[in-house]
Each structure stands twice: as structure tokens, then as C-alpha cells.
Design a protein around this ligand. Structure first.
Ligand SMILES: Cc1cc2nc3c(=O)[nH]c(=O)nc-3n(C[C@H](O)[C@H](O)[C@H](O)COP(=O)(O)O)c2cc1C
Length: 386
């Protein structure tokens, strides 16, 4: 049985009784407003923006209103289980932090990846840490303590570099490899284009490359930022095909999870190739505009997986009730993206911990009030709004 996450509200009320009213935001709209004011404009456009006119990005969040949960009374759901067992771990929460490159830049000390790992350690919420870090992956993971963390791979064109990154992640203690498939080339992002801003091309978040022996061989161990950036730009995105999957699989015995899956046929084919997890996501609408929301794609992806592997989900999750709805539609675990970056930007590590506890408390209290002792009961009571 997990700890009652909902007790966080008592902590907030009792602290206020003792004269300490929380200055953390208590809802997403307030959080977003404060983050937009706090973030440097160049970071803001990169984090808040998306592809095209951002219709898919908006639809991701709006789609949650297409479904609702039906309350059940006289259940007395005093004990509620939100824990998840996957890949040999029991996670106390069904929530995880999605990989966000350049989160390292969000804290004033520019060690935001470490801040994310610290929040994972403090809350038990696992982090999937991006290839695009400000600190080498080996320096980040110790801060996650006992909470299992995952490494997200942007597969480079150079196969030896890909193998090196995966091998380093395994040696450092990451518990799984999340391969992102939808970003071998950046989507059309008007906000970034308008300001000509792309952080990696300014040398940011490349520490996993510059600390890598294979990458250093490619640059001739040059310390010249121009050489580093041009080498990175040349090798960054590998347009993988199904023919590459056997090679990817051969790189590691760790759980291999494919991120960016939205079609049930792709999910089935990936499972047949021996992957250990499917991650349904449209990258928060940052890559391809014009699509359905990720939530609308989730039920078919879940059905295709047929319980064979865990199904991760993200894109558009903005509250604890969104978490419950995604679980209700079959996700095994639910990823938070921009909201946790905003939590970190507004309040540092305490702000990020608050954000995670806020989502978990709202999710847990929704289950309490609606009489759901577990996720199975949520699933029985999901309805599509007419
Ligand atoms: C600023 C930013 C950077 C991101 N960087 C990565 C990344 O490095 N790797 C990756 O797989 N996904 C990346 N994503 C996508 C997230 O993992 C996730 O799919 C997305 O944020 C979910 O949508 P949401 O932010 O609307 O909740 C990034 C998202 C944002 C906002």
C-alpha cells in the first residue's frame, strides 16, 4: 500500500494554521503564469513552445475533458493503492518525470538535471533523464538515491557513440533505456525560429557528448565550441527504421522502451521485436503538429500491447485528475513534462517537489472521494463524454 499522498493537503492546512501559508502555486494555471514570468525569454520559447500553430499541443491538454470518471459511493476507499510494478521494480507512484533536454538550464546554477534527480530521490517519482544534459549522466544519477532512474537516448548516427552512451548509462546505474523515435529531426517550431534560438546549437546541454570517449574521438578531443557544436549537429539524429531495432535491442540487457509510439501497429511490431515497454507520446506537440492528442491515441496502443509490457504515457498532463484519467485509459505510468519544469523554474527543488506532491495528492484524493481503492476500479468507471 502506498503512503496516502492526499495527506499533503493536511500538511499545507496545518502549516497555515501555524502561520506558514504556502507560497507554492496550487494549480497549473497559477504555476504556468509564474513560470512564464520567471523564465528567461530564450528558455521560455524553447520550453513553452511547440510545433506549427501548436494545435496539437493544445489538444493534448484539452483531450482530457473528453473523458470523465463516474463516482462510486459507500465504498470507504480509505486505503488506496497507486503503486506500480514494472521491470522488476515496485514504484510507489504511477507518475514519472518525462525526459526534458535543457532542464539543466532552468536552475540558476545550471545543474537542473541534478535538481531533477534530487526531487526523484525525495519523492520516489522516477526520472527519465534526457541525453541532452548539462552534467554528465554519471554525475546526475547518484542524486536520485534509491529511486530508479531511466536514461533517454537520442540515437546518434554514429553507432559506436550510441553504444557508448547506452553502456555508460548501464554502468552508471540507470535502470532502463528509453529510445525516443520522434525527434531524429526537429519539428517546425515557430517560436524558436522567430528568435533563432536553439539551445544545443549554442553549446548547451551537450555534456553527455563532450564527456564521451567516442564523441571526443570524432572531434579530435577539440575544446573549440564550434567544432563541438558542428560535430554534434552532424551526428545528432539517426533516422532509425525497423531494420535498426535488432541492433538497438542488442545494445543492452536493460529494459528497452520506445518513446513516441502512437499507432497500434507500431506497438505490436515493436513488441514482436522484443522491446520491454511502449511509451505513447507525441512529444508534447513539439514535433509534429496536426495530430490527434496523445490521449486519444492511448486506448488503441494499450489494446495493442494487450498487457504484454508496461505502457508509459505523456503529453498534456496538467493535474492529478489528468493522471487518473490516463491511468483509467490504460497507461501503466504517466509522465509529467512541462509542469515539472515550471515547478523547478519557479521554486527550485522545493518547487519541483511541491509540484509532484500536488499532482499525487490530487490524484489520490480524487480516488478517495470517488471510491476507487485502485486503478482497476478507475478503469471500470471511465466514461467518454458525449
Ligand atoms: C523543453 C522540453 C524539452 C524536451 N526534451 C526532450 C528530450 O530531450 N527527450 C525526449 O524524449 N523528450 C523531450 N521532451 C518531451 C517530453 O519528454 C514529453 O514528451 C513532453 O514534455 C510531454 O508533453 P507536456 O510537456 O505537454 O506534458 C521535451 C519537452 C520539453 C517541453
Amino acid at each position: 500500500m502506498t503512503q496516502p499522498f492526499g495527506d499533503y493537503q493536511l500538511e499545507i492546512y496545518f502549516n497555515a494554521l501555524n502561520g506558514r501559508v504556502s507560497d507554492h502555486p496550487m494549480d497549473y494555471a497559477t504555476l504556468e503564469r509564474r513560470a512564464l514570468a520567471a523564465l528567461d525569454p530564450s528558455l521560455l520559447s524553447y520550453i513553452a513552445g511547440g510545433a506549427g500553430d501548436e494545435a496539437t499541443q493544445r489538444r493534448n491538454a484539452e483531450a482530457f475533458a473528453l473523458w470523465g470518471v463516474v463516482p462510486r459511493m459507500l465504498v470507504g476507499a480509505v486505503d488506496r493503492d497507486l503503486s506500480v510494478t514494472a521491470w522488476g521494480h515496485t514504484f510507489p507512484t504511477p507518475v514519472f518525470m518525462a525526459p526534458v533536454g535543457v532542464v539543466g538550464l532552468v536552475t540558476p546554477d545550471r545543474h537542473g538535471d541534478i535538481a531533477v534527480a534530487q526531487a526523484a530521490a525525495a519523492t520516489g517519482v522516477p526520472a527519465v533523464l534526457s541525453t541532452l544534459m548539462q552534467d554528465p549522466l554519471e554525475d546526475v544519477i547518484p542524486h536520485a538515491g534509491e529511486t530508479p532512474s531511466f536514461f533517454q537516448l537520442y540515437t546518434p548516427k554514429d553507432r559506436d557513440l550510441a553504444a557508448s552512451l547506452v553502456e555508460r548509462a548501464a554502468r552508471a546505474g540507470y535502470r532502463g533505456i528509453v529510445v525516443t523515435l520522434d525527434t531524429w529531426i526537429p519539428g517546425w517550431r515557430p517560436r524558436d525560429l522567430a528568435s533563432g534560438n536553439f539551445p544545443q546549437l549554442r553549446g548547451h546541454a551537450l555534456r553527455n557528448y563532450t564527456s564521451d570517449p567516442v564523441f571526443r574521438k570524432l572531434t579530435g578531443a577539440s575544446e573549440d565550441p564550434q567544432v563541438i557544436v558542428s560535430t554534434w549537429a552532424r551526428i545528432f539524429g539517426n533516422p532509425l527504421t525497423w531494420a535498426d531495432l535488432e541492433w538497438l535491442r542488442s545494445l543492452t540487457d536493460l529494459p528497452l522502451i520506445l518513446k513516441g509510439i502512437g499507432h497500434p501497429d507500431d506497438a505490436r511490431r515493436a513488441l514482436d521485436a522484443g522491446v520491454d515497454g511502449i511509451y505513447c507520446s507525441n512529444h508534447g506537440g513539439r514535433q509534429a503538429n496536426g495530430g490527434l492528442s496523445a490521449l486519444e491515441l492511448l486506448p488503441e496502443v494499450v489494446a495493442a500491447c494487450d498487457g504484454r509490457v508496461p505502457v508509459l504515457f505523456d503529453s498534456g498532463v496538467r493535474s492529478g485528475s489528468d493522471v487518473i484519467k490516463a491511468l483509467g485509459l490504460g497507461a501503466t505510468m504517466v509522465g509529467i513534462g512541462r509542469p515539472y519544469v515550471y515547478g523547478l523554474a519557479v521554486g527550485g527543488v522545493p518547487g519541483l517537489i511541491h509540484l509532484l506532491r500536488m499532482f499525487l495528492a490530487e490524484a489520490d484524493l480524487l480516488m478517495a472521494v470517488n471510491g476507487y481503492p485502485d486503478v482497476a476500479e478507475v478503469r471500470r468507471n471511465m466514461r467518454r463524454a458525449s
